[in-house]
Design a protein around this ligand. Sequence first.
Ligand SMILES: [Zn+2]
Length: 527
Amino acid sequence: MYDVIVANGEIIDGSGREAFCADIGVKKGKIVAIGRLNEQEALDRIDASGLTVSPGFIDIHCHSDALLFKTPHDVAKILQGVTTEIIGNCGLSAAPVNPETLELLKKYTAAIFAEGNLAWDWHSTGEFLDRLEKTQPLGNVVSLVGHGTVRIAVMGFDNRDPNASELAQMKYLVKEALSEGAFGLSSGLIYPPGVFSATPEMVELCRPVAEVGGLYATHMRNEGTWLIESVEETIQVSQQTGVAVEISHHKAAGRANWGKVDRSLAMMAQARDRGVDIHCDVYPYIASSTVLGALLPPWAQEGGTGAMLQRLADRACRRRMTTEFTTGLPGWDRFATGDNWESIVIASCGVNHDWEGETIASLAARRGQEPAEALFDILLAENGDVLMMAFVMCEADVATVLRHPLAMVGSDAIPSAGNPHPRFYGTFPRILCKYVREEKILTLPEAIRKMSALPAQKLGLKDRGLIQVGLAADIAVFDKMSVTDRAKYDDPCHYASGMDTVMVNGRVAVRKGRFTGELAGQVLRRA
Ligand SMILES: [Zn+2]
């Protein structure tokens, strides 16, 4: 007697091999049989006739950290077939916490962790994961420890190299996080305080990660003018430490840089030939999304949000920034300059919701201001907590990265109210709809591999990511002819359609396209 039989589906097992027809028997949360099970009995039988059955998707890169604590649970991800989310990315994690710098950490994470509910009543990663376990997540959760979070705990927002004792303390916090269940380290080298860190610091902090076979996921120092140099730095860190590395949301940002991904991907492939364990993730959109303050010159962001707001209110600082938006600064990529202000859309605000969905260019015109002045005023009015969408990529590059065998799919979704980036609602169905069915950029087995087995392998999740006997029964059942993302840039808040059934650890969380209320997720800890 099985708990569940998924019958008559066309199975794509995640390994990249072609589809085959079989039934799947599930018992005690695991896949226990694959074959003809039509004579067998089960407590529950899911008819997958005419449907595709694949491993549940693994969102290797997202920012659901705070959202996971929100009840009732948000169903945007499960309705995309996502059964495991990886949090703590881009240098931002909710642990470890040093009570003395907690206020700085809260400000650092405010915009990214806005949607959700963090109690901040933990210190270590282990305590954070215990707390998360108590909320009974909908899907499985894997956590990375954020370099920015670790650096704030030890040295606040100081713009300098750590001294020997500080570096040792940071290393200790990384080690502790790994020993308590984190799967690796993430960095966000464009954001303060990550931006203040030089390569040797990253090398030192990656050593303990390499020692335990963990993962280093990096939002690199630059994704535009100095993309190639940043990929080189990333390869160096891996080469010097042996750490397995993942370039986060790989892209070439800014028109002048389009096409550079050909070279960056070739560099990654060559590094692999030399034994460097390198991959990247990518989301299927030409707009990026992050905090609006990231548009400012780096000096203006020094010292955290409070210091940034002071500069924004200061006449001389505003003049200097306005000039630099035109002249540039060595080592700083301007994404907002000249006619580019049109490509920056305000996604979410805490106060002025009527600005959401509007470009900086149009808002400035409406207010009779220069775009830079409007930007400063928006940030001031919102205390710095504004998310933007920035149309900085091209379709050809997105397709090039997606097609590459080293690329995995990750949403990079930042849950937010207002007019959020559609990737939160649509990433995984969009791959199946736009990139597989419509544009045939990926085959279905290859697309599934990039969303299941490849990320599982990269994380060292040995019991997930494949339809295989003995593995956890995280399963997605969908209609490959109709699965569709319905979230648009200017109308994003729509759930995807076409997911018939989603199982998490053998329990049915989505049935006939609807959330069942089942909360079967597990907080996964690195063994
Ligand atoms: Zn990032």
